[in-house]
Design a protein around this ligand. Structure first.
Ligand code: IPE
Ligand code: IPE
Ligand code: MG
Length: 234
C-alpha cells in the first residue's frame, strides 16, 4: 500500500550547489546560477501543483557579500532579469510575492524591478512566493529587536517577536530542504526553523526537478512530528 503523502503548508529551500554544478561541467559559476533560476521556477510550479501555501527560497545571504564582486554583480543582474521576465507571470497566476532581507543594500536597478512586482502583486491571494535576498537569520532577529525598541515596547513575548520577523503573521516552514549535500542552515530562518523538518538532498540545486520534489514529499510524509509530545501531532 502506498504511504499517504502529506503536503507541507510552507516549504523552504536553501538553494546550494550552483557553483559545483557548473564546475563539474567546466562552465563558469554564473551558468550554474542561471540554471539555478530555472530550478527555482520548476520548484514554484511543483509547489503550486501540490497545493503548498507558501514557498521560500534562500537566494543571497548576508555572508554572500564576501564573494568576488563579479559574481555578486552577475547574481543581482540575474535577480533583476528574473523579476522583469518571470515575476509578472507569477503575478498573473495570483501568487503573493515577497522578498525578505535588507533590500537597501542591493543595486538600485534590481530594487526598482522588485518594487514594481511587490506593488503589482499586493492584492493577490494565492500561493506565497518568498525570496530571501541579503537575508541572514541573525540580522533578521536584530532587525526585529530594534523595531520593538523603536516602538517603545518594554516587554516582549513570543508573539511580539514573531510578528516583527520578516515573515510576521505567516506560517513557519514545516520543512527546510538544502541541496548539494551540505548539512547546515547557514544563517537561514533561525527563528522560524525551531520545529522544521530538515531534509538534505545530495543533488545540486540546478538538478532539482519533479522527481526530486516528489522524493522530498515522500520523505517529509514519513517524519514523525512530535513537537515535544510523545505522539505524532498533525
Ligand atoms: C548557491 O550556490 C547560490 C548562492 C549562494 C547564491 P553556490 O554559489 O553556493 O554554489 P556552490 O556551493 O559554490 O557549489
Ligand atoms: C547558503 O549557501 C546561502 C544561500 C543559498 C543563499 P552558501 O553556499 O552561501 O553557504 P555556505 O557558505 O556553504 O555555508
Ligand atoms: Mg554554496
Amino acid at each position: 500500500m502506498q504511504e499517504e503523502i502529506k503536503i507541507p503548508r510552507h516549504i523552504a529551500f536553501i538553494m546550494d550547489g550552483n557553483g559545483r554544478w557548473a564546475k563539474k561541467r567546466l562552465l563558469p559559476r554564473k551558468v550554474g546560477h542561471r540554471e539555478g533560476v530555472s530550478a527555482l521556477r520548476r520548484m514554484v510550479d511543483e509547489c503550486e501543483k501540490a497545493g503548498v501555501e507558501m514557498v521560500s527560497f534562500y537566494a543571497f545571504s548576508t555572508e554572500n557579500w564576501t564573494r568576488p564582486q563579479e559574481e555578486i554583480d552577475a547574481l543581482f543582474k540575474m535577480v533583476k532579469e528574473f523579476a522583469d521576465n518571470h515575476l509578472g507571470e507569477y503575478v498573473k497566476r495570483g501568487f503573493r510575492i515577497m522578498f525578505m532581507g535588507d533590500l537597501s543594500k542591493l543595486p538600485r536597478e534590481t530594487v526598482e524591478s522588485l518594487k514594481k512586482i511587490i506593488l503589482s502583486a499586493k492584492d493577490n491571494k494565492g500561493m506565497i512566493v518568498n525570496i530571501a535576498l541579503n537575508y541572514g537569520g541573525r540580522d533578521e532577529i536584530l532587525h526585529a529587536v530594534n523595531r520593538i525598541l523603536s516602538e517603545g515596547i518594554r516587554e516582549v513575548d513570543m508573539q511580539t517577536l514573531s510578528d516583527c520577523m520578516y515573515t510576521g503573521g505567516l506560517p513557519d516552514p514545516d520543512v527546510i530542504v538544502r541541496s548539494s549535500g551540505e548539512k547546515r542552515l547557514s544563517n537561514f530562518m533561525l527563528w522560524q526553523a525551531a520545529y522544521a523538518e530538515l531534509i538534505f538532498v545530495d543533488d545540486y540545486w540546478p538538478d532539482f526537478d519533479a522527481k526530486i520534489f516528489r522524493k522530498i514529499l515522500e520523505e517529509y510524509s514519513k517524519r514523525d512530528r512530535r513537537y515535544g509530545n510523545v505522539r505524532r501531532i498533525g
